[in-house]
Design a binder for this molecule. Structure first.
Ligand code: SF4
Length: 373
């Protein structure tokens, strides 16, 4: 197989024709597997835990956003990284991947509503208002679920990126070099993590970008140790304290484990809270016969249930909480993409503009440095 080159399709969104969606799972699987074998080490497929099994079956590496960012940074042979996840993750891969790599997505319109809750104009306006009023250095930290433009902003203002796996370490670092933390865009990860660092609720304020002065008084902004952006993940916000109470009543002894993107009161009512990798790890090492109610994305919960039939594994919510955006990437999209790559043509490429790569890379590298790689 010859080297993949970028053709005129670069930059646009290319989708499979309708006929691809009438193929059976076996037909799709067979054709994708054949193309993957042909492309060999030219291509590496990275898959997030929240995408469906139809895609994850082809992933050379699966992981959460932190694991996949590190995997992209460490890519050796492959020239093309097929990223099965959402847009901000593919952007991070493009920033971190060694030179000469191309990052593509099966469906590049798969975004993240949480990441979209903060844009550069809103964050810049908030930053100016906060730094004008707050005493001492304010350190900005952005959750990896944010646009490359926000990562660039953070990198240029002395801050860092964090993921749900390492938010504690990054927040400790930020408050060791500055007196205040400006955390965006997920209020829940920020609040839950700051709570584990012993920061009381009255030292945190919520910045509402749609309200004048973020809906806080100048005095509150000046006093606050932590300023949290008013953003949330729709998938994780659906879990409730009532659901936890129902499971505890229905199945005494059940362990409740949730992602820190869940609201504070849900995390407090749970037995354990942690990143996607932490959740997987806890269920994997649990005793056979143990019971788990899990507050995170449904594809992951279903996979854990399937992989551990000797444990009782269920979603915390009665209606599975699916990330619709992760689900945009389906097997027909992957087949279409792989066919183009096999013909030496790149479609659905994710490219971070050169003027923001440097700052974003500083913020991502700082995270990797703080967390020890
Ligand atoms: S689960 Fe939530 S945070 Fe993760 S990609 Fe989907 S919308 Fe974004």
């Amino acid at each position: 197989m010859g080297s993949v080159v970028i053709d005129s399709a670069e930059g646009g969104v290319s989708r499979p024709p309708r006929s691809y969606f009438t193929l059976t799972p076996d037909q799709l699987s067979e054709r994708i597997a054949g193309l993957k074998a042909d492309l060999g080490s030219e291509v590496i497929i990275l898959g997030h835990h929240y995408v469906g099994d139809d895609l994850l079956a082809f992933a050379d590496l699966r992981g959460d956003s932190y694991g996949l960012a590190k995997a992209a940074a460490g890519v050796k042979g492959a020239r093309t990284i097929v990223f099965c996840g959402v847009h901000f993750m593919a952007e991070a891969a493009d920033i971190l991947a060694p030179p000469g790599r191309v990052v593509v997505m099966p469906d590049p319109t798969a975004g993240c509503p949480l990441a979209d809750m903060a844009d550069i104009d809103q964050v810049t306006a908030a930053w100016e208002a906060i730094t004008e009023r707050a005493e001492g250095d304010v350190i900005p930290v952005t959750y990896v679920n944010s646009s490359a433009r926000l990562k660039d902003f953070v990198g240029r203002h002395g801050g860092a990126v964090c993921t749900s796996s390492n938010a504690g370490k990054v927040i400790d670092w930020a408050l060791s070099i500055g007196s205040r933390l400006f955390f965006f865009p997920d209020q829940h990860l920020g609040r839950n993590t700051c709570h584990t660092r012993g920061i009381p609720p009255d030292q945190m304020i919520l910045w509402d970008p749609d309200q004048p002065s973020g809906s806080s008084t100048p005095e509150r902004i000046a006093e606050a140790r932590v300023i949290l952006w008013k953003g949330h993940c729709l998938v994780h916000q659906r879990f409730t304290v009532e659901q936890i109470a129902t499971w505890r009543a229905q199945r005494p002894g059940i362990r409740v484990i949730v992602h820190p993107e869940c609201p504070f009161e849900v995390v407090q009512a749970s037995d354990l809270a942690g990143s996607t990798s932490f959740i997987i790890d806890q269920v994997e090492k649990a005793e056979p016969g143990s019971a788990w109610a899990i507050g995170t994305e449904a594809n992951l919960v279903n996979r854990l249930k399937h992989d551990h039939p000797d444990r009782f594994v269920t979603s915390l919510s009665p209606v599975p909480s699916i990330c619709v955006d992760m689900h945009r990437n389906r097997a027909p999209h992957l087949l279409w993409l792989m066919e183009h790559l096999a013909e030496g043509r790149v479609i659905n490429r994710i490219t971070v503009p050169a003027e923001i790569v440097e700052g974003a890379r500083i913020a991502l590298d700082r995270m990797i440095e703080i967390t020890g790689g």
